[in-house]
Design a protein around this ligand. Structure first.
Ligand code: AHG
Ligand code: MN
Ligand code: MN
Length: 302
């Protein structure tokens, strides 16, 4: 349904802003609102879910009265990469699934604020040149491609593994001056400034986490959204962007940290909490972590 709206965005009234600001303080796009309603209503009827959490809703969403309650918790970013919609660049939907921890009835805060290592499933749908769903349930990462001629998702990428190092790095370089020294040194390493440490990489930045992540998953590479002096926790949200992508990355043989700490070990304190993110090829993520720690040691010693 969302792919259908994205494919015809210029024809049906889903381009542009919806005219309101969401809990993130961001201008909601019409497609954000449409995608959010589609996912919420689709999940409400399943009888599989006890509580949901969405980037587009201020608070978590217990399954409404009168609907069957299930044992799963679903957190999602209904439309990732909203700034790219009007530009016809790739966008996506990200989801994360946990088993409930509360006993009986509709779900609550305890069910929603679980560390990423407790996820039972995670995935994304990417509305790109083809529509792909990539997911894991803890037994490897698999990709399905939508065949529009039959309206079915067909298994196209069995057991996707991410190469230990890649030829691309993705980061919003306009923030360079605001990062701490360790991050600046690590990104300069990715530029190729320190060839004795790491081979320089080519830059690719689409501005949709799903699209930037997917390229690194299939080709190898690293994506960074660091914290900076203005936003120490960065921009990306832990529960419905970083944790699901981290689960997928690790299941594909890659890694995901907040620069230093494993994303899946972070204990969420709030539904929309943000975290810095370094994710992708294992050796590249470890390189960034080492440079950040070495710089902190130098600063600690100084
Ligand atoms: P969303 O559209 O769900 O708010 O997510 C946008 C995010 C993410 O998709 C992307 O990696 C990041 O914003 C890009 O941010 P900058 O424009 O600051 O680089
Ligand atoms: Mn997003
Ligand atoms: Mn979004």
């Amino acid at each position: 349904m969302i792919a259908g709206a994205v494919r015809r965005a210029g024809l049906v009234d889903v381009l542009g802003a919806a005219g309101n600001v969401n809990v993130q303080g961001e201008e909601q796009q019409k497609l954000d609102v449409y995608a959010n309603e589609v996912v919420k209503s689709a999940l409400t009827f399943t009888g599989r879910v006890c509580v949901m959490g969405s980037e587009e809703d201020d608070d978590f969403i217990p399954v409404p009265d009168g609907y069957p309650v299930g044992k799963y918790v679903v957190l999602f970013d209904p439309l990732d990469g909203s700034s790219n919609i009007d530009a016809n660049a790739p966008v996506g939907t990200i989801f994360s699934v946990y088993s409930r921890v509360s006993d009986g009835g509709r779900g609550d805060q305890r069910d929603v604020l679980q560390p990423g290592r407790h996820q039972v499933a995670a995935g994304y749908v990417m509305y790109g040149s083809s529509v792909m769903m990539v997911y894991t349930t803890g037994h490897g990462v698999h990709g399905f491609t939508l065949d529009p001629t039959i309206g079915e998702f067909v298994l196209s990428h069995q057991r996707i593994t991410i190469p230990p190092t890649g030829m691309y790095y993705s980061v919003n370089e306009s923030r360079f001056g605001r990062w701490d020294r360790g991050v600046q040194l690590a990104v300069r390493g990715l530029h190729g400034d320190f060839p004795d440490q790491i081979k320089g990489k080519n830059s690719r930045y689409i501005g949709s986490l799903v699209a930037d992540f997917h390229r690194n998953l299939v080709n190898g590479g690293i994506f960074l959204y660091p914290g900076d002096v203005k936003a120490p926790a960065g921009k990306l949200r832990l529960l419905y962007e970083c944790a699901p992508m981290a689960f997928i990355a690790e299941q594909a043989g890659g890694a995901a940290t907040d620069g230093v700490t494993r994303i899946l070990d972070l204990q969420p304190e709030a539904l929309h909490q943000r975290t810095p993110l370094v994710i992708g090829s294992r050796d590249d993520v470890e390189y960034v972590r080492r440079i950040i720690l070495e710089q902190r040691a130098r600063e600690g010693a100084a």
